[in-house]
Structures are given as C-alpha cells and as structure tokens.
Ligand binder design. Structure first.
Ligand SMILES: NC(=O)c1ccc[n+]([C@@H]2O[C@H](COP(=O)([O-])OP(=O)(O)OC[C@H]3O[C@@H](n4cnc5c(N)ncnc54)[C@H](O)[C@@H]3O)[C@@H](O)[C@H]2O)c1
Ligand SMILES: O=P(O)(O)OC[C@H](O)CO
Length: 309
C-alpha cells in the first residue's frame, strides 16, 4: 500500500517540518523538504507532489500560500497544515487561509501533543489528522503512522487546530507558574481553568466542544504546559525568572507561537466579548505592563464565581 503512496513535500525546514519529514521517511516514503532558505525552485519541488505538508510558523503561512498560488497547484494535491497559530492580519486560523486560497483541494489539519524533540528520539506519541475530506485524512493517517507514532482521525479540523493554537497561551502562563515555584495546587488550578477558557474561545470560533477534550486540546495542553521542551513554556518560565522578552527571544530555539497568538486572541476576545482572564494576564505580562507576580495576584483577586457558568 505505502509503496504506491503519494510523494510528499514538506514546506518549512524548522524542527517540526524536519520531524514530520522523518516520520514519513520511516515509512519509506519519498519526501522532500522545502524552505525559503533552501534555494530550490518550489515549482520544481512540488511538480510531482501529491501531498504538501505545511509546517511553517504562522508568519510564514500567508507568504507560502501566495507562493503556491502562483504555481497553479493541482486540485488533486492534498494540503496538510501543521501550524499552530493565528494570522495577525485576518485573525483567522491557517485552515481558513488555506481553504480560502485552495477551495478545491482536500485540506487536513495535523495537531496533537507533539514535542518534536521527543518524537525525533523515537519516543511514543499520538496525534490527530482532521478534515472534512475523510479520504484525505485516512491517507495521512496511513502515511504517518508508525510503531512510535499513532495517528487518530477527527472530522473537526477547526477544533483540532484551535486546541493546538490556544494552548500555547496557557503554556506561557504555565511556565510562569513553574518559574515562580507556585506549587502543584496552583499548576492544577491553572491548567484546569485554562481548559474552559480554551473551550469558550474555540467553540465561539467554530470548533466542536468534544474536540477540546481530546488529544489536540487537553492532550496538547498537558504536554506543552508541563514540558521544558516547549518554547512557549520556556518563555513564561524565563519571564518569571526576571528576563525580558527580547532577552528570552534572542536565545530561544525556534518560534514561540503563543506570543503572537496572545495578541491576536485578545483582539478576538474584545470583538466577541469573550471572557479570557488567563489570556488577559499573559497579554499584559508580554507587553511588559505587569510583573509575573502581579499577573498571579490579579487572577487570584477576581470576583468570586461559580465553577461552571
Ligand atoms: N516544534 C514542535 O515541537 C512543534 C510541534 C507541533 C507543531 N508545531 C508548530 O509548527 C510550526 C513550526 O514550528 P517549528 O518548531 O518548526 O518552528 P521553527 O521556528 O523551527 O520553524 C519555522 C519555519 O517557518 C518558516 N518561516 C517562518 N517565516 C516564514 C516566512 N515569512 N515565509 C516562509 N517561511 C517562513 C521558517 O523558515 C522555518 O522553516 C509552528 O506553528 C509550531 O507551533 C511545532
Ligand atoms: O515548543 P512549543 O511550545 O511550540 O510546543 C510544541 C508543540 O506545540 C507541542 O505539541
């Protein structure tokens, strides 16, 4: 089956793009990785490609789409988006941007608790491929599944994408919590309250509630908020140690999408009147308006309320 399988191009030569390419190679698939720095002509690279996996950071999504639009992509080519971010111009998710640009192509979202470094070590992990085109998702499931990488299907691409995107804001908060050594009770309270905040936003933006309790929602929240491998967690942790954001970013390996996501999410929340107390404190912290300790104090001092309302 896999011998006849599709030729794959991964766009984005960062750690996630390389990791996804390695997963496909483990299944003996023909994979090419293209990045804006590779010097190759993208038209030549995708000439016989049947699956394109986009693993660029959010700021690369619009330019990548623009580049591909100039190449007259075959409508049979399956597009997979693995980016976890919100477009700063439109506030839309990558799924929307890809869908708007290539409405005739099958589009699949790939998202889950997937710290690239662990996957590269061959440690067991699971992910989700979600699409309105079930055949495309099933194909991706087959192409990427392996002994140490288990791929689940889902029919809610927006919810799958939003879970992975929104948890990055919470990972910054979680890093702050650990950096300030606030303890296990505080961490549990933070993560448990983070989930309804994610669900509130995610369902308002079109995701199904159930999806946020799955691998791409709760699963990714737990992975990212508990791992020093997460760049978003690292940002929060180092802010709590007293470093400034520019100092942190100067040494950070790769992209911490939660920084941009926080800013975009605040705009969405204000427009749609969404209650996002944790995001609000992360936003003020990232803007340098408050210290990590003040962010904690403000969360604790809010009006008392019912747990579920
Ligand atoms: N690293 C992980 O463990 C992991 C896991 C799952 C999902 N993701 C998501 O995948 C995406 C990429 O993550 P990463 O860790 O590989 O990040 P990275 O910073 O290592 O790589 C980002 C990639 O995007 C490309 N890019 C950035 N701006 C661009 C532009 N203007 N035009 C074209 N390309 C551009 C860069 O060249 C690079 O190839 C992020 O959205 C991230 O949240 C990462
Ligand atoms: O390093 P981060 O914070 O971008 O997290 C990576 C993945 O999103 C974890 O699933």
């Amino acid at each position: 089956m896999l011998e006849n399988a599709k030729k794959i191009t991964v766009i984005g030569g960062g750690i996630w793009g390389q990791t996804l390419a390695n997963l496909a190679r483990r299944n003996h698939l023909a994979v090419r990785v293209w990045s804006r720095h590779s010097g190759e002509d993208l038209g030549n690279v995708i000439a016989d490609t049947e699956v394109i996996i986009s693993a660029v950071s959010i700021k690369g999504v619009a330019p990548t789409i623009e580049k591909l639009q100039q190449l007259q992509l075959n409508s049979c080519t399956i597009i997979v988006t693995a980016t976890k971010g919100l477009d700063p111009i439109t506030t839309r998710t990558p799924f929307h941007l890809w869908n708007q640009a290539f409405p005739d192509n099958s589009l699949v979202v790939l998202s889950g608790p997937n710290l690239a470094k662990e996957i590269n070590q061959g440690l067991p992990a699971a992910t989700v491929v979600a699409s309105y085109a079930p055949k495309a998702a099933i194909l991706l499931q087959k192409l990427l599944s392996g002994e140490s990488f288990r791929v689940y299907l889902n029919s809610d691409p927006l919810g799958t994408e939003l879970g992975g995107t929104l948890k990055n804001v919470m990972a910054i908060a979680s890093g702050v919590c650990d950096g300030l050594q606030l303890g296990t009770n505080a961490k549990s309270a933070l993560l448990t309250r983070a989930l309804p905040e994610i669900v509130r936003v995610g369902t308002c933006l079109g995701g199904c509630q159930e999806t946020f309790f799955g691998l791409s929602g709760l699963g990714d929240l737990l992975a990212t908020c508990n791992s020093p491998l997460s760049r978003n967690y690292q940002v929060g942790y180092q802010l709590a140690l007293g470093l400034s954001l520019p100092e942190i970013l100067a040494k950070l390996e790769g992209t911490a999408e939660g920084i941009n996501t926080t800013e975009v999410l605040m705009r969405i929340a204000q427009k749609k009147f969404l209650y996002v107390p944790i995001t609000c404190q992360v936003d003020r912290l990232l803007r340098g308006e408050i210290s990590p300790q003040v962010a904690v104090d403000e969360l604790m001092r809010r009006d008392l309320k019912a747990e579920f309302d």
